[in-house]
Design a binder for this molecule. Structure first.
Ligand SMILES: [Zn+2]
Ligand SMILES: [Zn+2]
Length: 778
């Protein structure tokens, strides 16, 4: 590989000051100087104004949801290995706001009509005004249209292991959506309607089941019945493992996820989703917690893990100041204990609203015990509370970080696997807080992230950070123009880097999840650097080679393959052909398509050669040799991953086939293919075992058009003697002889759809993510 050159990065900006708010006694924390955020292209324009208080939310599967007044705009970050463009590759979809207005209902309707008449003409102006201005109770005021809030479930709840999306509109319709295929959204359940029906059946009783004494002509009662079903915020729990006892007394492991919905009156309604989701009616009522928090503002799940003991609860904040943790009964979940009483984190009613509650699990470096750090924004301050459970009992410490921002904090974000909290205020200033635990307290190292020029003077509505902390997304609009507010506003989403590609590469290689798709944001930084410099950074290459010598892990091979593919793209010049022309994606056309692409590549290669020779290139080898070398690397990495997976598939076949029984996996073809490499001892042994067991069966595949046998000569496609071409599924190696199949997100592989008559073990094989890029097969 060619030697590395220093990466192109933004010039160091002045004023990158490191501020510490706390004295440093006994604190060994020293914040490393970080580079200023660099703006990434493109800035995405929004079609309608932003709505809701927390308009941005970034999922663990790299989709950014933006609440707007017409729809929930979703942008999916993809590390496109087929593109040589340096900008971010974002796939846009949206969940529209329903056009018909939604009204919450309370019963009995005759009484409601009377009450509405009574309160709209009520003599006491305090009551009358409150009623007339209420968009929920008074039908003659038009409710605002748009999204109020959206939040993503953990990974693995939706189709193909992706995230579910809970959307709440400003007219109080709470629905849960799942993405279907590459571009479609499907509504799974309307929780507002479901809860409304439940309340009606229970005659609007409280949790204690006592029917209400007053009727709707009582203002407080009217308000109570509406507020108890008006959703304010929601939060998804982690995925819990439960046990289900079957009729024959055996236990089956099951998984569930809970969605907590905070209502206007402080009630927390918990919905249970059993996984995998049922097609019909996926949500069931789980529990109701009356928090008693007046004027609630935000909710978040709290998890505390100390060895095998776990506790769960919900942190609820109020607009007037208090924050507390409410116990959630998780008695059926393995290893969970229920907290007996609510834990008060802040009790002063100081009229500073709580928002952006985030929970950060920590291990205490001195006491070696686990603690939980809860942070929340309160005006211009960041509130923190440190909880730890020791044999002496529960200890709670809390305080505020002051002087961080001069304007109210809009958003707080905590990336996964990184001990950092990002805060952003209304003027778009971002700070990075690094908590450091000392013997008796917590200190926060703070760093200013210099504001990029493009955002200067713009009004920021929110910030979200990608799951591994590689990017921040900000949604903004024009500020004052010449001392006046602009007549027409436009809204944009900007992407900023929070890490340098040099910092991202080691994180990528050390990623605890060992899944390329889960590290998409870090991977995109590496992709960007390779495309810019047209070579693999030497540090990354060395570290990758060293790690591969230590451990032959498929994850590292995937990183290697990805980097080589991007390098190949970087050696091309962008094609001038119109990319927007739709391409047919049917099996038969694909081969022709591939030919076209080859021609295109050949043309591009010629062009690239000219460019490189002209610019001197910095590459000592001839460009064609260099490209051939990269192609060899790609082929070798693909082949390695394919062979490893073939062995895995054969191992599963070996375990699951009994006596003369047919399997649709081309077992003999796979064995012949694998045995072509004489140096692979593992596969030799495996093949020996299978041959003994299969007893001369051959499992031939036949072409469905001409019945000729399909030979196993290529692991990506099968061609019969009459020239019919079928693509092979990379998960089961069968030829896909149907017109419908799944493609991975990066579109480098295909997989067949599971059939109802497939045995369980084949269905399980087909559930795996893409072999080459780890992304879900959709
Ligand atoms: Zn044929
Ligand atoms: Zn793939």
């Amino acid at each position: 590989m060619a030697a590395d050159t220093p990466p192109e990065s933004a010039p160091p900006e002045p004023g990158n000051v490191v501020i510490k708010t706390e004295p440093e006694d006994g604190d060994d924390f020293l914040p490393a100087p970080r580079e200023a955020p660099v703006k990434r292209e493109p800035a995405v324009p929004l079609q309608s104004p932003v709505s809701g208080l927390q308009p941005l939310s970034w999922s663990l599967d790299h989709r950014l949801a933006v609440c707007t007044s017409s729809a929930l705009a979703v942008m999916e970050l993809r590390c496109d290995v087929q593109s040589s463009k340096q900008e971010l590759s974002l796939h846009r979809t949206h969940v529209p706001v329903p056009s018909e207005a939604h009204r919450l209902r309370v019963e009995p309707s005759a009484e409601l009509a009377l009450a509405r008449e009574k309160f709209s003409l009520y003599p006491d102006p305090m009551v009358r005004q409150a009623f007339l201005a209420d968009t929920v109770m008074n039908p003659s005021v038009r409710a605002h249209k748009g999204m109020k809030y959206a939040c993503w479930s953990p990974l693995g709840c939706g189709e193909s292991g992706r995230c579910l999306l809970a959307c709440l509109t400003l007219d109080n319709r709470l629905t849960v959506h799942s993405s279907h295929g590459h571009l479609e959204w499907k509504a799974l359940v309307n929780l507002t309607q479901k809860y409304g029906e439940r309340l009606k059946e229970r005659r609007y009783a409280r949790k204690d089941d006592k029917p209400p004494e007053a009727n709707l002509l009582d203002y407080a009662e009217l308000q109570r019945r509406f507020r108890m079903q008006t959703p304010l915020r929601m939060a998804w729990s982690r995925i819990y493992a439960t046990k289900k006892v079957q009729p024959d007394n055996s236990c089956v492991d099951e998984e569930m996820v809970l969605l907590a919905v905070l209502m206007e009156n402080g009630d927390l309604v918990l919905w249970k989703f059993m996984l995998p989701l049922a097609h019909k009616d996926p949500a069931a009522f789980y529990d109701l917690i009356e928090s008693g928090v007046s004027r609630p503002s935000d909710v978040a799940w709290w998890e505390y893990e100390n060895g095998p003991r776990r506790m769960g609860g919900l942190v609820v904040g109020s607009e007037v100041g208090p924050i507390k943790i409410l116990p959630v009964s998780l008695s059926k979940v393995k290893g969970y204990f229920t907290v007996r009483h609510p834990i008060v984190l802040w009790k002063e009613c100081d009229e500073i609203a709580v928002d952006n509650i985030r929970v950060v699990p920590l291990t205490h470096p001195v006491h070696k015990s686990s603690c939980s750090l809860i942070v929340a924004s309160r005006g211009c301050y960041v509130f923190w509370s440190l909880l730890s459970v020791s044999p002496a009992g529960l200890s709670v410490q809390n305080s505020h970080i002051a002087g961080l921002h001069s304007l109210p904090v809009l958003s707080l974000a905590v990336p996964q696997h990184e001990l950092a909290i990002y805060s952003c205020s209304m003027d778009g200033r971002i700070k990075r807080l690094t908590p450091a635990l000392t013997e008796s307290s917590v200190t926060f190292g703070t760093e200013d992230a210099v504001q990029p020029e493009t955002l200067a003077g713009r009004r920021v509505h929110g910030m979200a950070v990608s799951c591994n902390g590689a990017y921040a997304a900000l949604v903004s609009t024009q500020g004052m123009v010449g001392g006046f507010h602009p007549i027409n506003r436009s809204y944009q989403v900007h992407f900023l880097t929070l890490k340098t590609p040099e910092a991202a590469a080691p994180l990528l290689l050390r990623s605890p999840e060992q899944n390329l798709h889960n590290a998409t944001d870090l991977l995109d930084l590496v992709r960007w650097q390779v495309l810019k410099s047209k070579r693999v950074p030497a540090a990354l290459q060395e570290e990758l080679d060293r790690k591969l010598l230590e451990e032959d892990s498929p994850y590292l091979w995937r990183v290697k393959l990805f980097v080589a593919r991007v390098l190949q793209q970087s050696l091309k010049v962008p094609s001038t052909e119109d990319k927007w022309r739709p391409r047919q994606r049917e099996t038969k056309v694909l081969v022709q398509d591939l030919k076209e692409e080859e021609e295109e590549v050949a043309m591009e290669k010629d062009a690239a050669e000219v460019v490189e020779l002209e610019s001197g290139g910095g590459v000592e080898k001839k460009p064609e040799d260099y490209r051939a070398e990269v192609q060899t690397l790609i082929n070798a990495a693909e082949m390695h991953l394919m062979r490893e997976n073939m062995k895995k598939v054969l191992g599963v076949v070996y375990l699951n086939t009994w006596l003369p029984q047919n399997t649709c996996i081309p077992t003999c073809g796979l064995m012949d293919y694998l045995s072509r490499d004489p140096d692979d001892r593992d596969s030799e042994v495996l093949i020996g075992h299978i041959k003994k067991k299969l007893n001369k069966q051959t499992f031939p595949e036949r072409c469905s058009l001409c019945q000729a046998p399909l030979p196993f000569t290529d692991c990506k496609q099968a061609v019969c003697e009459n020239g019919h071409v079928w693509l092979r599924c990379v998960l089961s190696y069968q030829a896909c002889q149907t017109l419908t199949f799944r493609r991975c997100l990066l579109q480098d592989c295909i997989a067949r759809l599971p059939e109802p008559e497939d045995p369980e073990w084949i269905k399980k094989l087909l559930k795996a993510p893409c072999l080459l890029c780890d992304s879900p097969m959709i």
